[in-house]
Design a protein around this ligand. Sequence first.
Ligand code: PLP
Length: 387
Amino acid sequence: MSTKIIYLDNQATTAVDPRVVEKMLPIFTEHYGNAASRNHSFGWAAEELVDIAREHIGDLIQADSSEIIFTSGATEANNLAIIGAARQNRQNGNHIITLKTEHKAVLDTCESLEKEGFSISYLDVQNDGIVDLDKLESSIKSETILISIIHGNNEIGVIQPVADIGKLCKSKGILFHVDAAQSVGKISINVDEMGIDLLSISAHKMYGPKGIGCLYVRRKNPRVQLKAIIFGGGHERGLRSGTLPVPLIVGFGEACRICQESMIEESAKITELRNRFLNGLNDRLDNISVNGSMEHRLPGNLNLTFNSTNGESMIMGLTDIAFSTGSACTSATIAPSYVLKAIGLSDKQAYSSVRFGIGRFNTGEEIDYTVKRISETVKRLRGVAKS
Ligand SMILES: *Cc1c(COP(=O)(O)O)cnc(C)c1O
């Protein structure tokens, strides 16, 4: 194999699909108008391009294009959804429910609301990473105004039963926000069937550009109202002011169009690669365990514990492969992953765990090479650890 590094960190970000780049390039030089300019054809052309992209994005989640509010990504979409819904509904209650395994963009946003007088329940998950629906139901109070649940987990790939949660929310009249940054374009989503009121998407997790995403905001049954968190020219129905980045939006739209066209085939291919990867490792190594449900899981994700070794040493020994320990590095210490801790791993097991994210551009040859390299490296590290 050449010196090319194999990219297996598709939960961190994805490469931009060349077809997406091709759609974006002419926008920078030819269609550079401001989509809010109403007085000339540059503005009209930009607005039309944005409208087309909005349609592609809406189609992928079965939403109307008017329900798509562009943001800088899923972090901002999560902030707008949670802070916006909380402040808007303050008179109805101050209680919000979420999970301990959410992305930091949800956890830290909820934490910030505690300082405004909101009360947050951070629910445990079961050992397979999935929420216990009975526990969720019994945590609902009369003051509960919002439930925010991640769809596909970014570390362990576990898929939460959002349709069941949506049904529960509807029956109680509680708003339902879903962080779907990892799942949109990978598994099918229907915001009506799933009872979702607010849904966060990020383009760079689905072969689109970084710096763009959106929040789906339901407009009927019920009409969801939010308080804006960014103020200015009143763009995006007043929910998110700021000049629209038309090239990024066009790329985002094209990324959605491609996902919709190829999702079924692609998921099957990626699932096959993942199984080939796991079977290959299990054939060559013992004492490996999969973290999180294998049944309810994003096609490309594998989070594995290689007992009697540690993730950092694996990363250092495998510089020809890009993957991640999934642990948050702060300047001084490396903390064990809070997601792995939440599903019952010890610190030691968490430190022995790594995340692989297989994506659109990976090949069987790359998987076979990676299996070989990992087996050699883990055997070597385990030998060193024993002696
Ligand atoms: C990547 C990610 C985010 C943040 O998205 P950005 O667009 O990078 O801000 C939020 N939630 C989940 C689950 C993610 O995977």
